[in-house]
Design a protein around this ligand. Structure first.
Ligand code: ACM
Length: 533
């Protein structure tokens, strides 16, 4: 038994009470009282028909480890976990909840389904960690400490990104990634679906995007300078049926999947499939090395129409209000050399290639706006003028985010300094295994403040939140994604949920030491915590 735990047990502090304090992200307010609610073979779940799906989800969280059936009833009076929608909790916002535990019942109340769901996530983390075992565990007392929690998130965009372009990730893993997001009360998966090195979503009108664009002949091995290749074909894509399944799975867990279809750069896989989309007419191959490619889309009307056709299919699959169109790292060399691109600049009365990129993005912004959606892109979309309704992801530091918020645009903070989870987690690179570079330890993620001090309180309202980036050049497998994402995503979840004044790193680490055991039970290959100093 760890020393601290032993001391607390000797002092008469109940172990399960300590677990109340091991909820990640830390709730806004927790009041502990004496006693426990104990789950047993006759505990029921009470829910109205409108919460039937959530009640079943709760049942699926509790039944496997406990072996208890948790029958669903309409009006359990005692020994029940009651889920309830109640407008009087609207003051807790659209994702807040109240969870109260007494000796004979548990009540989870919210004005929304999402709030009830987050109450359920807290309840899971108030039980002994064994509840996260998917197989039956015997001999555990399933106590939940009597308490009242009132809780709501600080930010509305609480996300993780996943690049499936550089390395394809199987659908089953994407579903697990969504489950882990939900466990941490995160609500956005930014699904980076197209890259130079692979196009990952079936588009019925353009079948070669996946028959050609989803496959590369080999992959760079080791760091860029080494110029080594593995000689092994790599590829894969999601059919539209699989995309629907992912989106539905996420919806059921209150996660919005924001698709990213990159343009006008990071387009080599698409141009390899359809050379007429490029500037040179040359037959290219799907990218095999990392970095920024010169081969970008041309600016012909037919190519803009291609983007709209692709997006039309994408919009039918993803209900997300925001649609990400990339916009980063688009070298302008080919547009400078292209008579067609130069003619376009002249015909449109534009100043230069930056304004041409801006024109490109404006076309897409108008298209999305007409369909009732909103464009979001990386901060390069600021160059040459931002489309009126567009939102920005600030990745090259915070400057883009500050400029956008000051100009009245919504922003998601994604600075490389604090949210790039492809960076190393320690300075011991040998021990960590190959990563792209950088250094982003857990405490630095935890220290992140998404609202830049340069913003006044009105401007700050444009900061929707933040998200962690999982670029997968050097992350070839699901297990490696988990290693890079966790536990840093736990820290980010708390940055995005918990009030700033309530954050405390040593307290977080104490809860995290309990929490990582839950991740183990969920078979997550998280990076082990550094030993206590
Ligand atoms: C990016 O990291 N290129 C957005």
């Amino acid at each position: 038994m760890p020393l601290l735990l032993a001391a607390l047990v000797l002092a008469g502090v109940h172990v399960s009470q300590m677990r109340t304090m091991s909820i990640i992200p830390k709730p806004v307010s927790v009041q502990l009282s004496d006693g426990n609610f104990t789950l047993n073979a006759t505990t029921s779940i009470t829910a109205p028909a409108s919460l039937g799906k959530l009640a079943k989800r709760l049942q699926s969280y509790l039944a496997p480890a406990t072996g208890f059936p948790f029958p669903l009833v309409k009006d359990g009076a005692s020994n029940t976990i009651s889920l309830k929608l109640d407008k009087s909790f609207a003051s807790l916002g659209s994702e807040g909840y109240r969870l109260s535990v007494s000796r004979d019942r548990v009540d989870i109340q919210s004005s929304t389904q999402a709030g009830v769901f987050y109450g359920v996530q807290s309840l899971r983390q108030m039980l002994p960690n064994e509840v996260f075992n998917s197989s039956q565990v015997s001999g555990v007392e399933w106590n939940v400490p009597c308490s009242t929690i009132e809780d709501q998130p600080r930010f509305t965009w609480r996300g993780l990104h996943l690049d499936v372009g550089r390395h394809f990730m199987p659908k089953e893993f994407v579903l697990k990634y969504i489950d882990l997001l939900a466990l941490h009360k995160m609500n956005t998966l930014h699904f980076h679906l197209t890259e130079d090195q692979g196009w990952r979503i079936e588009i019925k009108k353009y079948p070669k995007l996946t028959s050609v664009g989803a496959w590369r002949k080999e992959t760079m091995a080791g760091h860029y300078e080494e110029h080594r290749y593995d000689g092994t074909p790599h590829g894969g894509f999601y059919t539209q049926k699989e995309i629907k399944e992912i989106v539905k799975y996420a919806q059921d867990r209150f996660v919005t999947v924001v698709p990213e279809i990159e343009m006008p750069g990071h387009a080599q896989a698409a141009i390899a499939a359809y050379p007429e989309l490029g500037n040179t007419g040359k037959q290219l191959e799907v990218g095999t090395h990392w970095g920024v490619y010169e081969n970008v889309y041309n600016v012909e009307d037919k190519t803009i129409q291609f983007q709209k056709d692709v997006l039309t299919e994408v919009l039918a699959l993803f209900p997300s209000k925001f649609i990400h169109i990339g916009g980063d790292e688009c070298p302008k060399e080919q547009w400078k050399a292209s008579p067609q691109a130069q003619a376009k600049i002249k015909a449109l009365g534009l100043k230069d290639e930056n304004e041409l990129q801006s024109w490109f993005i404006h076309q897409i912004d108008a298209f999305l706006a007409a369909k009732g959606r909103r464009l979001i892109g990386w901060d390069e979309i600021l160059e040459g003028g931002l489309a009126p309704g567009a939102a920005v992801m600030s990745w090259r530091g915070e400057e883009g985010g500050i400029a956008s918020a000051k100009a009245g645009h919504d922003v998601v903070m994604t600075p490389g300094s604090h949210t790039y989870f492809d960076h190393y987690q320690s300075q011991d690179h040998k021990a960590e295994g190959l990563a792209i570079g950088g250094f982003l330890p857990l405490d630095k993620v935890y220290s992140y403040e998404p609202i830049p001090h340069q913003l006044n309180s009105e401007e700050a309202k444009h900061v929707l939140g933040a998200q962690g980036q999982l670029w997968t050049e050097y992350i070839p497998t699901p297990s490696r994604v988990e290693y890079m994402a966790y536990p840093r995503a736990c820290a980010l979840a708390e940055v995005l949920w918990t009030p700033k004044e309530e954050k405390n790193y040593p307290d977080f680490i104490g809860r995290l030491r309990v929490h990582v055991d839950r991740l183990s039970k969920l078979n997550v290959n998280y990076r082990k915590l550094d030993p206590k100093p």
